[in-house]
Design a protein around this ligand. Structure first.
Ligand code: SAM
Ligand code: DTB
Ligand code: SF4
Length: 327
């Protein structure tokens, strides 16, 4: 494929909303063919990156994200847990590596970390990197100095999702703004940490909100290195429990459009795989998804077991992607 500027598959940050809408509206076969063509120009189509998640601090979060079982405002029956000890986290990372993960992502139910807490996370990050794993953290909002501290500890990726369009954001979260999210993303980028940023589908948003989210992500310059596309995991007690389920074909379309817009990003088929058929996951890989969360648990909810994921990889001829060198 010709990757020179202006050709399909070239990396651009000047996408217009009209272009994103037009991709989203393509006949399904045309869209998936184009996404797979872009995918093949940049990646081995038979390799998928595998990340394992661990909740290092669980529940009692002051934010009001309507999807989240960890918000203190909703009674979801979740047991709160204090920040883990670094040694215990590193043991879990070792086990994830032994099971075949190449990246270890640590998530904390914070609005933003206190500096003392960040020091403990920095110790975890160094320990994870020393195992030869890629490290990722998601801790809420960061100041520029906090982002630099994590970079010094060796952090490879920071996950911070925009979740939906700016227009719909206020329907989902009232305790922070879209601009707060963009500010943290800029701090992470400026610190030299790779950016993992995506969203959640199936929260009652309109197709135009999904298009707008992709447009925002694809006009970041540079693009996020990693784009998680989550399907809402409905948790009883959260305001979004009972939301109308998303059409699976629409989910695959969003994966395909993300792949075309951000050709070099790893597009992660993230939360929600537990309720997807093998055939739907295969369609997502065909549409350009090339990363998954691997391990029986996401943060607080379930994920397919590792044996069934390896069996699915086997049936599809997919190999786990080797770890990139740290740094
Ligand atoms: N507290 C930090 C924050 O919100 O940035 C980090 C942890 S938070 C749990 C990380 C991400 O998990 C959220 O941005 C959201 O995209 C995703 N998430 C949370 N609950 C979810 C759910 N029920 N279904 C799908 N994704 C979810
Ligand atoms: C992301 O985009 N999805 C992950 C990760 N980043 C941190 C989290 C999914 C959480 C699903 C609900 C739960 O298990 O608590
Ligand atoms: Fe807190 Fe993050 Fe959950 Fe929002 S998504 S309630 S910030 S843990």
């Amino acid at each position: 494929m010709d990757l020179s500027p202006g050709r399909p598959g070239a990396v651009r940050s000047d996408w217009t909303i009209a272009e994103v809408q037009a991709l989203h509206a393509l006949p399904f076969a045309d869209l998936v063919f184009r996404a797979q063509s872009v995918h093949r120009a940049h990646f081995d189509p038979n390799q998928v990156q595998v990340s394992t998640l661990l909740s290092i601090k669980t529940g009692a979060c002051p934010e009001d994200c309507a999807y989240c079982p960890q918000s203190i405002r909703y009674d979801t029956g979740l047991e709160r847990e204090a920040l883990m000890e670094p040694g215990a986290v590193i043991e879990r990372a070792r086990a994830a590596k032994a099971a075949g993960a190449t990246r270890f992502c640590m998530g904390a139910a914070w609005r933003s970390p206190k500096d003392r807490e960040l020091e403990t996370v920095a110790e975890m990050v160094s320990g994870v990197c020393a195992l030869g794993l890629e490290s990722c953290a998601t801790l809420g909002m960061l100041s520029p100095a906090q982002a630099r501290r994590l970079k010094d500890a060796g952090l490879d990726y920071y996950n911070h999702n925009l979740d939906t369009s700016e227009e719909f954001y206020g329907e989902i979260i009232t305790t922070r703004s879209y601009q707060d999210r963009l500010d943290t993303l800029a701090a992470v980028r400026d610190a030299g940490i790779r950016v993992c940023c995506g969203g959640i589908l199936g929260m009652g948003e309109l197709p135009a909100d999904r298009v707008a989210l992709l447009h925002t992500l694809a006009t970041l310059d540079p693009h996020p290195e990693s784009v998680p596309v989550n399907q809402l995991v409905q948790v009883a007690g959260t305001p979004l429990a009972g939301a109308a389920p998303l059409d699976p074909i629409e989910f695959v379309r969003i994966i395909a459009v993300a792949r075309i817009l951000m050709p070099r990003a790893h597009v992660r088929l993230s939360a929600g795989r537990g309720s997807m058929s093998d055939e739907m996951q295969a369609l997502c890989f065909l549409a350009g998804a090339n990363s998954i969360f691997y391990g029986e648990k996401l943060l607080t909810t379930g994920n397919p077991d590792t044996a069934s994921d390896m069996a699915l990889f086997g049936r599809l001829g997919i190999r786990p992607e080797p770890a990139a060198a740290n740094g």
